[in-house]
Write a protein that binds this ligand. Structure first.
Ligand SMILES: [Zn+2]
Length: 202
């Protein structure tokens, strides 16, 4: 998701609660990484960001993503992917606040999100992420997308979400409750994993 208008939303006040709970559900039947996926992850420099302007890229951006197998999450390669996704979204050519797997050519459930609700506003990476709850209370705000150059629009999103994902350090499935602008970013980025773009919601 593109930066720029974040202050507008942050000014509205961000309340956030974190709830981490061990789930214990780690069905590990996700397909192994392909050679092509490994090549994307292992390449040097920042990652190429796919855009809707390119026909082939569009097909990837419209794909349903799959989980990473636990073995891949334990590997050094996943750490490399996390580092490169953050380097890409924070690069001055992008200046984003979030990025998702298909945007870097991987049809896998992973997002990098800037946590405006945490001290220092760090970028964090969330594999095998899902949205488990969307609040009925909504907020409307402007959005943009690294994959849709020059387009901005108003989107209605839930004020609060509950996400589940695999914690890279413990490999446990954990849940977080997130509110405010950071919750908007999570909704925008997890939409990408289901092939949904913000322009679909305008
Ligand atoms: Zn986007």
């Amino acid at each position: 998701m593109k930066a720029g208008i974040r202050d507008f939303i942050l000014a509205g006040g961000v309340v956030m609660a974190v709830l981490a709970a061990v789930c214990g559900c780690s069905a590990d039947n996700a397909p192994r990484l392909t050679g092509a996926e490994k090549d994307i992850i292992d390449a040097a420099g920042i990652m190429r960001v796919l855009t809707v302007d390119d026909r082939k890229d569009s097909l990837v951006l419209r794909s349903e993503c799959i989980d990473f197998p636990m073995k891949a999450l334990r590997s050094e390669r996943f750490g490399r992917l996390a580092d490169r996704m953050i380097a890409t979204v924070t690069d001055s050519t992008q200046d984003g606040v979030g990025i998702a797997g298909p945007q870097v050519g991987l049809k896998r459930r992973v997002v990098a999100v800037q946590r405006f609700d945490k001290a220092g506003e760090p970028f964090e990476v969330y594999p095998n992420i899902r949205v488990e709850y969307l609040s009925d209370e909504k907020q409307t705000g402007p959005e943009g997308c690294l994959s849709i150059p020059e387009i901005y629009g108003e989107v209605e999103r839930s004020q609060t979400v509950v996400i589940s994902y695999v914690d890279i350090r413990t490999l446990d499935t954990v849940r977080d409750t997130v509110s405010g602008f950071t919750a908007v970013i999570f909704q925008h980025e997890t939409d990408h994993l289901d092939g949904i773009l913000f322009t679909d919601r305008m």
